[in-house]
Ligand binder design. Sequence first.
Ligand SMILES: [Zn+2]
Length: 185
Amino acid sequence: MSALHYILTRSRRKTLAIHVKPDGAVEVRAPLRLAKAEIERFVTLKTDWILKKQAQIAARTPAEARELPPLQYAQGEFGQTVRKLITTWEQQLGVEAAFVGIRVMTTRWGSCTAKTRRIRLNAALAYCPRECLEYVVVHELAHLRENNHSPRFWAVVADALPDYQERQKTLKSLSWLLCAASPTS
Ligand SMILES: [Zn+2]
């Protein structure tokens, strides 16, 4: 199943198409009766293309378009890396996420809804070093243990990644990648 969140619109069209809107939302346009499995397969196939589009949108600044750093992952590798990191750290931390999605977010690198165990990672992480992606994965999964930013939460993070503060610093220097993705800001 595809981890990507998308809006499905069906119409009397004959073919499938994917559209990444200016706000980074993904719309899949499909024929009226096409099976959901077919649509899922198509979306999975197009994941890299979608992520690239979303990361480009996330990196856009209103005043000047900055050059994106090179993508840190080869074709297909980002999704695989995310999956591997999630599995590894779920085991290490003794938690399990119900859903992990990659999407454009303008103010944060990741989010966790502890109640539903849903984790979201920013598509722009595809442009960040792997250590940063790993830090965000650990941070969000750690919220399944401690749903706050208390000393106990940070102890879980520090125990998992003793150099997490270095990784935070690197991420901070890359925060321009996620700012101003919204066309209204
Ligand atoms: Zn947090």
